[in-house]
Design a protein around this ligand. Structure first.
Ligand code: SAH
Length: 372
């Protein structure tokens, strides 16, 4: 188990042979703890409307020149069917914090996907009400992903207007989704201006304290907003290289979690030779190819990204080739986190029965066992 000081030592390391050793270590831990499968999750971006105003994010509500969209049920189901056709075992439904994505609509989406496909469902819909989280779990969603972004509240306060975040705590919500029996995912941005290496070491320790099932980390990519001052020589670089280092440290700290190579990491590293970097050799075991309809995908502009009009089948093909080149195997089922399976005492790797009627806000953990 790595102590915070040791994590900090790795973050400050400059010798390339030492860093190469860290990546080999993370790769070894990954192989022993979760094996060679790379789980594929189709990413469906439901809406780019957002009621919050985090100044680092290109979807923030004060962003003037972003055309907004919300997918229809038919569009979502077409994407879900495409996920099945491409052999993906699960989908991630993500959006801005959009209150117009009503509880009933999302419940209906979940129930329809569960009824018509074998897909597992991860929700990443931001800071939502507890009653909604209860309803969606009951409707059949298995996983919830919500980054705490940084363990340093004063850093986050620089970016978030307090009036739009009053009464919500992402850490409290993560405890809530855990109680409800969801697989719990969280993560951070690497390199927000003002973020220090000490903050980053604390973030990695918090992954372990929160006992996460999934960890997603990506580099901060400037989204055109006026942004805070850097933290001098302790500033974390917002680079693909530092993000790979954080992926590796997350893997050795939390061995049996699911860790994706994130879209932001790929966006920050696509210019280098050799194509997209999914960090498969640095500890990751999940890839989330985009499935949002192409005319809407370009509007999901959390950060500026190169126009990517590659269709889903081509993306699927290039990912399959990449996985094979790395000597790995594509996962075919839902790919539940092994950490979650151990935590709730489940041994299944396949689809679970719908949890209809078994989850309550009060007794989530107990119910999670019966769902498993
Ligand atoms: N509204 C949801 C999900 C949307 S954004 C939520 O808040 O959870 C998904 C993630 O994108 C955020 O959690 C954040 O970590 C990341 N993100 C936001 N702005 C970014 C930027 N400028 N560069 C890189 N990642 C960013």
């Amino acid at each position: 188990m790595l102590a915070r000081t040791a994590i900090l030592g790795w973050l400050e390391e400059t010798r390339s042979e030492q860093l190469a050793w860290l990546f080999r270590w993370a790769d070894e831990v990954r192989r022993e703890a979760v094996g060679d499968l790379v789980h594929l999750r189709g990413l469906i971006e439901l809406s780019n409307h957002c009621c919050r105003d985090c100044s680092y994010c290109g979807l923030r509500r004060s962003q003037p020149d972003l055309p907004r969209y919300r997918l229809t049920m038919d569009e979502i189901m077409a994407s879900a069917r495409e996920a099945v056709a491409l052999g993906y075992g699960s989908v991630v439904l993500q959006s801005g914090d959009d209150p117009e994505l009503r509880e009933d609509f999302i419940s209906q989406v979940i129930q329809t996907i569960r009824a018509e496909t074998p897909l597992a469902i991860t929700l990443s819909l931001g800071e939502r009400k507890q009653s909604e989280l209860v309803a969606w779990r009951r409707a059949g969603a298995e996983r919830y992903f919500l980054r705490f972004e940084s363990s340093n509240p004063s850093l986050l306060a620089r970016y978030r207007p307090a009036r739009l975040h009053r009464g919500t705590s992402r850490i409290a919500l993560l405890h809530c989704v855990r109680e409800l029996g969801y697989e719990v995912g969280s993560g951070i941005m690497v390199g927000l201006p003002g973020q220090t290496l000490d903050d980053l070491a604390r973030d990695i320790c918090l992954f372990r304290e929160l006992d996460l099932d999934m960890i997603g980390v990506g580099p901060y990519i400037a989204a055109g907003e006026p942004i805070g001052p850097a933290a001098g020589e302790r500033q974390v670089p917002a680079s693909a290289a530092m993000t790979r280092r954080v992926v590796a440290l997350a893997r050795v700290t939390c061995p049996d979690t699911n860790i994706p190579g994130t879209t932001a990491l790929v966006a920050a590293s696509t210019t280098s030779a050799g194509g997209p970097d999914w960090a498969l050799d640095a500890g990751s075991n999940v890839i989330m190819p985009p499935l949002t309809p192409e005319h809407q995908r370009r509007k999901y502009r959390i950060y500026p990204k190169p126009e990517d009009l590659t269709d889903a089948a081509n993306v699927r093909r290039s990912i399959a080739e990449h996985i094979a080149r790395q000597g790995r195997l594509p996962g075919l089922g839902p790919g539940a986190s092994l950490h979650w399976q151990r935590r709730v005492g489940s041994t299944v790797g396949t689809r679970r029965e719908p949890p209809e009627g078994r989850v309550s806000a009060e007794g989530g953990t107990r119910h999670a066992r019966s769902v498993a």
